[in-house]
Write a protein that binds this ligand. Structure first.
Ligand code: NAG
Ligand code: NAG
Length: 416
């Protein structure tokens, strides 16, 4: 199973206008904060992560929500900002049994609430009566979607200093979900959006003065890992930083431009706009970059015993060796490293060794975990998904407007 967490549409359903988030972003440039207001305490919250790239296709956290609290397993998505849970309002398109859904109880946000205005584009959120509920609809690049209302409820979070605060946070109560075409719907009960939009959890924690406006994750290639809000777990050295693009929406993390390298040499592909999207299982390149990668990878097989495994449908392109591969470690010697070099950040490189772009399928073939973004309608955007984010700490710092990564063992959460 695979998914793409990057938002393509986000609009208020009170109005019938469909407004792509990019045009909304142009009307409202994200505020560039250089430093945190002095009242920030700087405490962080850290959570264990479950999941893997293959076969599950996602990483998730289990969070308690509501009073009395219920546990919801949420897909971790840095490609969107709204957090929502499957909700019994009642529900169409919920995958969980009714008694494990979130049940709203007179706690719906009204459309005049500033958090509600934040999810509407200017002029695209008529509030006919101040008591109208705050509707939302979010659509993801894989054509999954959720429609519902914003609610405010208890969101008990344990902080790294040991305190558990019974915060009241706004999130989506999703009562009409559609899932992307193929396969079974995800077993998760919603999405944890890590984007910096005002209605997102991160921005609310920052507004309450609880954490720095920083969020990070560390996904292990062996499955699991950890996620944190705040900056207490960011190592003081060894992190490579690149600026978030001035054209990025607050809803996701866009960087660029990047140049593609293969086997240490430029591949002739420049100016790639790259979204760091933990809600996407695989990495997507635009048609031109994708074609270059496929050709270069194949060229690298010269004289090596690898054949295309056309009967393996795990991913669009798979290769078989002389005997079945047991793991990516087994197959990696046949493949060269890729890298993205960020031209506006002193050409620092995001290294993509074979284990950051290959999976070994259940049939023992090595499959290319870089997919054709043009085929799924991503246009000029490229997505760095979970497969390429594994086994490093990845940090989204909205205060310094930068994205960072560094070598960290994701198997064990750091001690606070
Ligand atoms: C722990 O951090 C939270 C959030 O910043 C704060 O509200 C709380 O007072 C802190 N607790 C202690 C014991 O310092
Ligand atoms: C990628 O997808 C586009 C759009 O479907 C298609 O035109 C193109 O041929 C594909 N590229 C490759 C290398 O398959």
């Amino acid at each position: 199973m695979s998914r793409i967490g990057f938002i393509v549409l986000f609009f208020l359903s009170l109005s019938a206008d469909f407004l792509p988030c990019f045009s909304a972003a142009k009307q409202q440039p994200p505020p560039k904060k250089k430093s945190a207001p002095p009242n920030r305490i700087g405490t962080s919250a850290i959570f264990p992560v479950q999941g893997n790239v293959y076969p599950l296709g996602y990483y998730s956290v289990s969070l308690k929500i509501g009073n009395p609290p219920k546990v919801f397993e949420l897909d971790i998505d840095s490609g969107s900002d709204l957090t929502w849970v499957q909700c019994d309002a009642p529900c169409t398109g919920c995958t969980k049994p009714r008694d494990s859904l979130y049940k709203p109880k007179n706690n719906v946000l009204h459309c005049l609430d500033p958090l509600c205005s934040a999810i509407h584009s200017p002029g695209n959120g008529p509030c006919n009566s101040p008591t109208d509920q705050c509707d939302y609809e979010i659509a993801y690049a894989d054509h999954g979607s959720s429609l519902g209302v914003l609610v405010l409820d208890s969101f008990p979070l344990q902080f790294a200093n040991g305190s558990t605060l019974g915060l009241r946070l706004a999130f989506g109560c999703g009562y009409d979900q559609h899932y992307s075409g193929q396969g079974t719907p995800p077993p998760t009960a919603g999405v944890l959006g890590l984007g910096n939009g005002k209605a997102g959890i991160l921005s609310q924690l920052t507004q309450l003065g609880l954490t720095r406006n920083v969020v990070g994750h560390c996904f292990s290639g062996r499955g699991g890992g950890f996620l944190f809000f705040g900056d207490d777990f960011v190592p003081s050295s060894g992190i490579t930083w690149i600026p978030i693009s001035a054209t990025s929406s607050e809803k996701h993390y866009l960087s660029g431009p990047a140049e593609l390298y293969f086997g240490g040499k430029p591949a002739g592909i420049k100016g790639l706009d790259v979204i760091f999207d933990s809600g996407s299982s695989y990495t997507y390149f635009n048609s031109q970059a994708y074609e270059a990668v496929v050709n270069l990878v194949k060229k690298g097989f010269n004289g090596k015993p690898l054949k295309e495994a056309t009967d393996d449908r795990s991913l669009p392109i798979c290769w078989k060796g002389n005997k079945a591969f047991k793991s990516v470690q087994d197959a990696k010697s046949f493949f060269s490293p890729l890298a993205l070099s960020f031209t506006n950040a002193k050409n620092v490189q995001l290294q993509l060794p074979p284990e950051a772009y290959l999976i070994v399928s259940k049939y023992g073939n090595a499959c290319l975990g870089i997919l054709n973004g043009s085929e799924v309608g991503l246009g000029k955007f490229n997505i760095i998904g979970d497969i390429s984010l594994q086994d490093k700490m990845v940090i989204y710092d909205n205060e310094k407007q930068q994205i960072g990564w560094g070598p960290v063992n994701c198997d064990r959460p750091p001690k606070s």
